[in-house]
Design a protein around this ligand. Structure first.
Ligand SMILES: NC(=O)c1ccc[n+]([C@@H]2O[C@H](COP(=O)([O-])OP(=O)(O)OC[C@H]3O[C@@H](n4cnc5c(N)ncnc54)[C@H](OP(=O)(O)O)[C@@H]3O)[C@@H](O)[C@H]2O)c1
Length: 220
């Protein structure tokens, strides 16, 4: 595996290096410190990401058909960027306040039949924007299939840790893109996964470097 300098690559090079191998395809993009923290001192991933991470983040956004994010991350990070359709995954089925006035059709909610906010969310987003995929939790394999059928075969998940663990447990992750930033935080912070144990071998397909930041493309 050759280590490539991110600064030597154009955006077109990145598009080629990160092209998906087949469809449907689900990749998850995460960032961590060297000691495994998934959040900065402010409790958000925005507290540890940097310009190199943002370049790959933007590449993956450019290449995907839609962005899939856990409701916790949408709430904590105040998601507002709707350049690609945004699919929220939530057991409660509640649209975060900052997304309630989103343009029609830009936000989908994947939730379950038991969701307490189902009626309210249908009223906010429209019936056809609400996907009920399970009784008490979202069946994530079904979500991948449903989104591909809907015209979104290339899926990008931006986490967070609970959603990543669920996706791994259901065996639906094709690729993990992980940025490791050159920082140590110690203390108590979440990791990029939060859920039941899995033991999944990964194959390193690409490794980029920029000022000590390592950006890996790992295939399952
Ligand atoms: N380092 C990174 O790359 C990175 C990336 C993203 C987020 N983060 C950080 O992670 C933290 C948030 O962590 P988190 O674990 O709460 O995030 P999360 O996985 O985005 O959100 C958890 C929530 O997602 C919903 N959910 C997940 N799986 C589900 C399933 N199978 N069915 C139904 N609902 C499901 C539930 O929503 P409801 O509660 O609405 O039912 C659950 O409470 C923030 O601090 C954020 O900054 C870090």
């Amino acid at each position: 595996m050759e280590l490539r300098k991110l600064s030597d690559l154009t955006d077109a090079d990145l598009d080629e290096l990160y092209a998906v191998e087949s469809r449907p395809w689900l990749r998850v993009n995460m960032v961590s410190t060297v000691d495994g923290s998934a959040t900065g001192p402010n409790g958000r991933s925005g507290g540890i990401n940097n310009a190199a991470d943002k370049r790959v983040f933007d590449t993956l956004r450019r290449l995907c058909d839609c962005v899939v994010v856990g409701a916790g991350t949408a709430r904590d990070e105040g998601y507002r960027d709707l350049t690609k359709p945004l699919v929220l995954v939530s057991r409660r089925g509640e649209v975060p306040p900052r997304l309630r006035d989103a343009p029609a059709g830009s936000v989908l909610m994947a939730t379950c039949a038991a969701a307490e906010h189902l009626d309210e969310t249908r009223a906010i987003l429209g019936d056809d924007q609400v996907l009920v995929l399970g009784q008490h939790r979202v069946d994530l394999a079904e979500l991948k299939h449903t989104l591909a059928e809907r015209g979104y075969p290339s899926l990008l998940s931006e986490g967070g840790p609970q959603l990543l663990s669920g996706l791994l447990a259901e065996g639906v992750v094709d690729e993990l893109d992980l940025t490791v930033v050159p920082r140590l935080l110690a203390g108590e912070h979440p990791r990029i996964t939060d859920g039941a144990p899995v033991d999944l071998p990964l194959e390193l397909a690409l490794l980029l470097e920029d000022g000590g930041t390592l950006l890996g493309r790992w295939l399952t």
